[in-house]
Design a protein around this ligand. Structure first.
Ligand code: C2E
Ligand code: CA
Ligand code: CA
Length: 762
């Protein structure tokens, strides 16, 4: 009884502890303990009760409590084996519990009737020394077996479940089931021994308590801890971080498998610890390098103190992470993000930021920003395909980098534009340029000689935006003329103002066109034979709102370069045709020559434009003469020749403007039948050899006459020139000698009889 008392107290205390834990396992353990306490208490009371009827009732209740205890144990086993949380068994458990509850009630009912009918057991007093009551002696009848077998059946279910679990469960969990199985087996065995031995005192009751407590220990403490330890060991061995733990005496008390891989020798790790302790810091994070099989590994090292719950140090922990691969990948990624995939040179952004760093690191040196541009590189793509173009760029970039010393920064800014930064104190820029120029030789291997243009900007302010430095070097290239013998240009500040001017023109263009700021001026064209004005050349002027008049030289080229010239030309052509229509109505026979820019051939359908224009205003095409410069005919001869002959067939007169200023004027004469040749007097007179010039002019005129081509000479400024041309039987003149380009109103009042004019068209 004393022993029972001790167990009851122990279990009671444990129950209080279990109550705090809300997990289903703790709850069921709590119920189990409570059941065990009730059974033990009932048994002890049954022992000391002296009244026979009370003894009968309490003993019945004791057996009922035992049955209930086994039910609680089943419930615990369901939770312990995790069957209750598995959806597979949930329904089974529910049905099972329901059925067994009925069974339990039947058993309890039969047991509770025993005090009246004595059908299960009979009690008799047991005395010591004949008159001292010791305890009750029970005699069992076969009906009691119902109770016994029911409890055994339930126990069998428990054994069954545990056995299956023992067989199926993982190594870690096997022990947890085996231990509970074993304790339960012992308890049951003791119980059976008691029943068989027919002793009066049932010691197996004590085993219920022992069983409950052991179950608790195993399920809640020992087994989870063992599993946890095993898991932690596996985890720490499997992670890539090496862990060393030392006590305060610097003795290594723990190291995982990875850690051992990093430091093979004991001394090495101790030396490392020493060096860390020498830093006298609570926490150290740094990268270290170690040698391993000819390889150098980079380890991220983290050192700190091991602290207990009171924050008192009881050792040191050293974590080592191999970041060699990571660093390699990161450096690879950095390379990819900063280097151009095709050429391997720095990308634009990377080049700019690297340049900035260099300039800031040594601001006293003199630097040059160089921009290289391959002239007409687009042609390589068009002729050989973009794959070949890429291949060429790759090779070019490689050679470009190799021509320069290592200290030089090279980048690919866009397409075929490369940037080079040179330090004048280390590299002579003339030398560098020479080497770049030599690359042209390499382009010959492509069967297509490419010209490399180089723009140079001398960096004066290192705080200037690097992209603007490059833009200036690139801008210098724009200044390189079509004359291929010169391919290097230095940036100067005028270039920027030119650029600004270009922008101004482009920005103001649309407004000027819509608000009629562009005016058609006319320069008379005179017939040589009678010196009569027979027509005029239409020349554009830009009249601003402030009254300034800009000559075409200041904007035509800009509009051409920016693909806007056709808009202006169409505007002037329409003005010319409108005027011709007016003159036609007035019976005036004059023609007008209009200028057609080379770019117009690419920007608009010329044939359709001109034919629809004359149709719209109902004028004969012969009245509109088209001045085309020979450059338009050099490029794309086949295509342009077709346009020109189609226009001629329609009735237009084609004039070849600025004849003799290009290289291939005579070749063109051979290929296309031109109606009129326009020769610039200024062009010839500028030459030193005046006499020779005159002879050339003379033979050109004669040749044209033989070919049936008419001649008009422009730039005639003095009488002497006019006389000379007259003697050569030249057809028409145009020049300041007769008139500068003038407004339509002035032209009409000066060269058309006043009676014909009913109003001015400007
Ligand atoms: P261009 O077609 O060769 O026009 C002749 C230029 O020579 C005109 O200059 C004219 O004013 C100038 N000039 C005529 N006689 C003499 C002379 O005796 N002495 C001198 N020194 N110069 C003379 P302008 O009007 O400044 O035009 C310049 C160029 O602009 C033209 O050269 C033409 O190429 C272009 N241009 C003019 N108007 C237009 C236009 O509406 N469309 C296009 N696409 N180009 C035009
Ligand atoms: Ca012209
Ligand atoms: Ca001309």
């Amino acid at each position: 009884m004393t022993l029972s008392g001790i167990f009851i107290v122990l279990m009671g205390v444990y129950c209080i502890y279990l109550k705090q834990n809300k997990s289903p396992l703790s709850k069921s353990l709590f119920n189990l303990h409570l059941g065990a306490i009730v059974s033990t208490v009932l048994y002890n009371i049954s022992l000391i009760t002296t009244n026979l009827l009370s003894a009968y009732f309490i003993t019945s209740l004791y057996y009922i409590s035992i049955h209930f205890l086994v039910i609680l144990l089943t419930d615990f086993i369901f939770i312990f084996t995790e069957m209750s949380s598995s959806p597979k068994y949930k329904k089974f458990i529910k049905v099972f519990n329901k059925i067994w509850l009925y069974v339990f009630f039947v058993d309890s009912f039969i047991l509770i009737l025993n005090p009246f009918f004595h059908h299960e057991f009979e009690l008799s007093r047991l005395y010591i020394n004949h008159n001292v009551f010791l305890c009750w002696n029970a005699k069992y009848f076969w009906m009691f077996n119902i109770h016994l077998y029911l409890c055994f059946a339930l126990s069998a279910v428990i054994f069954g479940i545990l056995l299956v679990k023992i067989i199926k469960a993982n190594r870690f969990y096997k022990s947890k089931y085996i231990s509970v199985f074993a304790v339960f087996l012992i308890t049951l065995a003791v119980n059976i021994i008691f029943l068989k031995s027919k002793t009066n005192l049932d010691f197996s009751v004590l085993f219920y308590s022992v069983f409950s407590i052991i179950c608790s220990c195993f399920t809640l403490v020992t087994i989870p801890r063992n599993i946890q330890n095993e898991m932690l060991k596996q985890l720490s061995d499997n992670i890539n971080i090496g862990i060393f733990c030392f006590n305060l005496e610097r003795k290594c008390i723990y190291s995982n498998t990875t850690a051992k891989k990093f430091f093979l020798a004991k001394d090495e790790i101790l030396n490392e610890l020493k060096s860390l302790l020498a830093l006298r810091k609570d926490f150290v994070k740094r990268n270290i390098e170690i040698k391993q099989d000819d390889k150098t590994l980079t380890l991220a090292e983290e050192f700190s103190y091991l602290l207990d719950s009171q924050k008192k140090a009881y050792g040191y922990i050293l974590k080592l992470n191999d970041i060699t691969e990571e660093l390699y990948k990161a450096s690879e990624e950095l390379f990819d993000s900063t280097h151009d995939a095709l050429t391997g040179l720095l990308t634009r952004d990377a080049f700019y930021s690297e340049t900035e760093k260099i300039l800031k690191s040594d601001p006293n040196s003199q630097y040059y920003m160089i921009c290289t541009n391959i002239k007409n590189f687009k042609l390589v793509n068009d002729l050989f395909g973009s794959e070949k173009g890429d291949e060429f760029l790759k090779e070019f970039a490689k050679k470009l980098k190799n021509t320069q010393s290592k200290t030089i920064l090279t980048g690919r800014i866009t397409g075929d534009r490369f940037a080079i930064l040179i330090n004048k104190t280390e590299v002579d820029e003339i030398d560098a340029l020479q080497k770049i120029k030599e690359l042209e030789k390499f382009t010959v291997s492509l069967n297509y000689k490419l010209h490399i243009f180089v723009g140079i900007y001398k960096i004066t302010d290192i705080n200037e935006n690097v992209s603007s430095m490059f833009d200036k070097a690139a801008l210098a290239i724009k200044n390189i003329s079509e004359n291929y013998s010169v391919n290097v240009a230095y940036y100067d500040n005028d270039m920027l103002s030119i650029l600004k001017k270009n922008h101004e023109v482009i920005n103001a263009f649309d407004d000027a066109l819509n608000n009629n700021h562009f005016k058609m001026y006319l320069q008379p064209q005179v017939r040589c034979s009678d010196e009569k004005v027979v027509g005029a050349e239409a020349l554009v002027r830009w009249e601003t709102e402030k009254g300034a008049i800009h000559s075409p030289a200041s904007f035509i080229k800009i509009l051409e370069d920016n693909g806007l010239i056709h808009e202006l030309d169409k505007f002037i052509w329409e003005k010319a045709v409108q005027l011709l229509q007016k003159w036609q109505l007035l019976g005036i026979d004059h023609h007008i020559s209009v200028n057609v820019s080379t770019r117009d051939f690419y920007l608009i359908p010329l044939y359709e434009t001109f034919t629809s224009l004359v149709k719209k205003y109902g004028i004969p095409p012969q009245k509109l003469k088209l001045e085309i410069t020979e450059t338009a005919l050099v490029h794309d001869l086949k295509r342009h020749k077709k346009i020109i002959t189609d226009l001629q067939k329609f009735g237009f007169t084609i004039e070849m403007d600025d004849f003799g200023s290009g290289y291939s004027s005579l070749t063109i004469l051979k290929n296309i039948s031109i109606n009129i040749l326009k020769i610039d007097m200024m062009f010839l007179s500028k030459t030193k050899h005046k006499e020779r010039s005159k002879k050339i002019l003379e033979s050109v005129i004669k040749m044209a006459q033989k070919l049936g081509i008419k001649i008009i000479v422009e730039g005639v400024e003095d009488k002497e020139q006019a006389e000379f041309l007259k003697n050569l039987n030249c057809d028409f003149f145009q020049g300041y000698l007769y008139s500068k380009p003038i407004t339509v109103a002035n032209f009409e009042s000066n060269y058309i009889s006043k009676t014909n004019i009913s109003g001015g068209t400007r």
